[in-house]
Design a protein around this ligand. Structure first.
Ligand code: CA
Length: 503
């Protein structure tokens, strides 16, 4: 058991209560002031919109994995507002991208899980996807790689879509480990054979040129999405003996429900972990935990290489001084924390994502306030098109780009839904709220968790005692629960899921 795990629980609870009084209640929930206008922030001529798939906070600017090799993410961070507390709306591709690219929460669109697609949503039918707004504002829209889920181009009438050559994507069988649920990993291919690299080079060519029209260029980097297969040289950067496991795996206890970290989890949380228990069990039985982590790290550094190709071209070309760069990932990824793998939980590693925004007038800084991918759409339309869109669910990040301590919405809202056995008729999503300091999770059945994530970044110490009813919780816990429950959409305000493609 690691040293940190011996943290004195009583002291911790006391410290958390005090921190609550000073932070969440006093500063986080003060009234919201409007954004200050600043003439030096935009408008921008061009937009470079980079979506990375399944990239968690294991890049150097977010500090999630000490020793990760991400020089190009660092290079971008040095010119960016780096959002240290940015969260996906949903920890899964389809609902996350739908929320980010249309600007509405799942409980408004009905797109809650990967069973649900944006084009099945009646709510979305008359809404415009973000790139389409730019197209209609006169921008030349160029896309490449995965931007939307399902159809990568989404409903957008792009001026141009840059595809990879066909050769790069066939998955090899030799030397590849496969542990189920798409978690295949191993070294193969050359850089030239990788679709992400081919697309990066095409994007780079466009960035090297001048354009008569304003440019909205969206580039989707597919890795570190599974399969975690990248060229050998990226694996070589992470010798297996140096790969470290999440701290909770160091104690050698691998049974779900029996781990010390699980002792204060409610049953609904264990169900979330069990979604990928096949991956967890196979990795443990075959003793491949380190290899899987190595492959994810190698895939991150490969994605970093692709980002570098694009940044090199931008910086050397004519568009560097007039382009707004927005980089984001659609959700996080777990590698054994709480014995959970992949996505689809509401803990920090699954929801926390990189968001970096860079452009003339934006001071490089780290922003600690909680933001959400729901905020990307109104930010882009505000900064570049001068359009305020109050009907959207998110808010423009402009005030935080001007002053990272500006008054801001105190929480980022997330949700995840497991399809119920009745096929989804009586579905109830679990919701989570992240403040500057805390994370609160309320499951479909009323189970709850509360963490002081700032002091307890591994979220090991559930401050909500699952063995007691709400009225028997500590007073500060009850206070927080009441406050947070008031911010979670009420049951009768939830749109039904658009459909369930599988039962
Ligand atoms: Ca725990």
């Amino acid at each position: 058991m690691s040293k940190n795990k011996k943290f004195n629980r009583r002291k911790f609870m006391k410290a958390s209560g005090q921190a609550l009084a000073s932070s969440a209640l006093m500063t986080g929930f003060t009234s919201l002031l409007g954004a200050q206008e600043n003439p030096t922030l935009g408008p921008y001529r061009n937009v470079l919109f980079i979506a990375v798939d399944d990239l968690n906070d294991w890049i150097a600017p977010l500090g999630g994995y000490p020793g990760v090799i991400t020089p190009n993410f660092e290079r971008l961070a040095q010119r960016s507002a780096v959002f240290q507390n940015a969260h996906a709306v949903v920890p899964a591709c389809s609902p996350s991208r739908t929320a980010a690219l249309f600007g509405y929460y799942p409980h408004r669109t009905g797109v809650y899980t990967n069973d649900h697609m944006f084009d099945d949503s009646r709510f979305i039918k008359d809404k415009k996807a973000l790139p389409q707004v730019f197209k209609e504002a006169g921008f030349k829209t160029i896309g490449s790689g995965k931007i939307f889920h399902g159809s990568e181009k989404g409903p957008v009438d792009w001026n141009d879509y840059l595809n990879a050559d066909k050769s790069g994507n066939k998955e090899p069988e030799d030397g590849i480990e496969s542990v189920g649920r798409g978690v295949n990993f191993g070294a193969s291919f050359t850089d030239d054979e990788m679709g992400d690299v081919q697309r990066a080079r095409k994007v780079a060519t466009r960035l090297s040129n001048s354009h008569n029209q304003q440019l909205f260029l969206a580039y989707g980097i597919f890795r570190p999405h599974t399969p975690l297969i990248v060229p050998q040289r990226y694996f070589d950067m992470y010798p297996i003996e140096n790969v470290h496991l999440p701290l909770n795996l160091e104690n050698g206890i691998y049974n779900i429900g029996g781990h010390p970290d699980h002792s204060d989890l409610p049953p609904a949380a264990i169900k979330f972990i069990e979604q990928y228990s096949i991956v967890h069990n196979r990795l443990n039985n075959q003793n491949l935990r380190r290899e899987a982590i190595q492959a994810y790290l190698a895939s991150i550094t490969f994605a970093d290489y692709c980002l570098g190709i694009v940044l090199d071209a931008l910086e050397a070309g004519p568009n560097n001084d007039n382009t707004l760069i927005v980089l984001w990932s659609d959700h996080g990824w777990q590698l054994g924390e709480k014995l959970a793998w992949k996505k689809k939980t509401l803990w920090e590693r699954a929801t926390r994502v990189p968001v970096m925004i860079s452009g003339p007038g934006i001071q490089p800084t780290n922003v600690q306030q909680p933001i959400s991918l729901i905020d990307l759409y109104p930010t882009l339309t505000d900064l570049v098109l001068g359009q305020k869109l109050p009907e959207l669910d998110g808010r423009s990040l402009r005030p935080l780009l001007i002053d990272r301590n500006a008054n801001w919405r105190p929480t980022a809202l997330q949700n995840w839904t497991i399809q119920p056995k009745d096929g989804g008729v009586n579905f109830e999503p679990a919701f989570a709220l992240r403040t500057r300091t805390h994370r609160y999770i309320r499951y479909y059945n009323g189970d709850r968790e509360l963490y002081h994530t700032q002091q307890d970044p591994n979220e090991w110490f559930n401050l909500y005692d699952p063995s007691k009813s709400l009225k028997d919780q500590k007073r500060f816990v009850r206070t927080m629960v009441r406050m947070f429950d008031g911010l979670i959409p009420s049951k009768n305000s939830l749109r039904k899921p658009v459909n369930w493609k599988s039962v």
